[in-house]
Write a protein that binds this ligand. Sequence first.
Ligand code: MN
Ligand code: MN
Length: 404
Amino acid sequence: MIMSEFTRRGFLGKTAIAIGSFAALRKVAGEDRSRNDPGPANLGLDGQNPDSIWPPATDSKSLVQNFKYPFSLANKRTYEGGWSREVTVRELPVSKTLAGVNMRLTAGGVRELHWHTSAEWAIMLYGTARITAIDADGKSFVADVNKNDLWFFPPGIPHSIQGLNPDGCEFMLVFDDGEFSESETVLLSDAMAHLPPSVLSKNFGTGEKAFANVPQQELFIFQTDVPGGLEADQKAAAGALGKSPKDFAFRTMAMPSTKQTKGGDVRIVDSSNFKVTTTSMALVTVHPGGLRELHWHPNADEWQYFIRGKGRMTVVATGNKARTMDFQEGDVGYVQKTLLHYIENTGDTDLVFLEMFKSDRFQEFSFSEWLAHTPAELVMAHLKIDKAIYDLIPKNGAVVTPLA
Ligand code: MN
Ligand code: MN
C-alpha cells in the first residue's frame, strides 16, 4: 500500500503534471479496473487535487466535512483604489471561529476609517501600508508596515489602512469570528450619511451645511493621494494627548525562528511576544521533502492560509474518519480543535503557510513527543513495534521534520 501510494504521487507529480496532460488522472492504475473515471471531469481542478480524486487508502469511506476553500473562488469587491475578497463560514462552513479577508490597496488607496465587533489580526503579503488607530485612551497610533509585518486591532478600535509607494500593498486579515464580513463594519462615511445634519452640527460645533458633501454611499475603498512622511503624520495625529504607548504592529522577521530544523522552521507570535494580540500565529516553512509533524491543538481551531508552494494535509477526525486534501498558494485550510493532522510539502519549492488560532497563546501537542513520553512497553504493545523502533521516535517535538 505504501509503495503504490508513493508510485502514484510520483507519477502524478513528475509525469502527468510536467507534460501538462491530466488524462493520467482519469485512469491511474492500469491494472485496477475500478480506478478509472470515464465520465465528465474538470481536469484542471482534478490536477490540483490528486488526493481528492484518488484518496489515499488510509482515508475513510465515511465523509469528513470539507476543510479547503481557495480564495480564487471568493467574491471580489473591486473599487478605484483596490479590492477585497473574503472566505468566511458562508464559503467554508467548518470555519466557525475565524474568517479571512484578502485585500489589495494601490499606492494612495485607502480602506476607509472604520471599526468592527471582531478583533482584526493581519499580515502584510506584499508592499507597504500606513495603518492608523487610536487606543482605548484616545491616544493615536500611526505606523508603516512592510512584508511579513503584523498588526492587531482589538474589537471597537477605529482604524484605517492606506497603500504607500511604489505599488501599494496586499495583505491578509484574520477576524476572530467565522461569521465576520467586511460588509458589516462601521464606516466613517456611512455613519455620517445616516445622521441628521442638525445632530452633526451640534456634535461638531459646526453649521448644518458643513457636511453637505459627505458621500451618501459608503466609500469602503477609495483612491486618494499617497500620504507624506510618517513622522509628520504621527505628530499631527498625536496632538496634545501624545502617542499611544501600545504597539499594534509586530515585525515578524525581526525575531529569530522559534524552532528551526533541517526540514524547515516556524515563527510563533502570540501574546507572549506581541502583547496586544488575542489571536496567535505560527508562520511555517517546510522545505521540499519535509513534513510539518503530526500534532494537534488542544485550545483552538486552526485556520490556515497557504502563502507559497504546495502541500497536502490529512485530518484524522473522531469516529474513525480521515480525509486528505491538497493545498497551494492562495488556499484556505481549516482544522477543528484537537483533531490530529500533518502538512507535507508535495512540491519542489518551499511550502510557506500560516496557522492561525483564536487564542492569545499558541499550544500544540506533538504526536511523537506524546509517544516518547509514555512508558515504552505500553506504546510497543499498542503498535506492535520493538524497542529499536520505539527508540527512533523523536523525544522533543520536531515541529518540522526531518530534524537533521
Ligand atoms: Mn478593519
Ligand atoms: Mn496545526
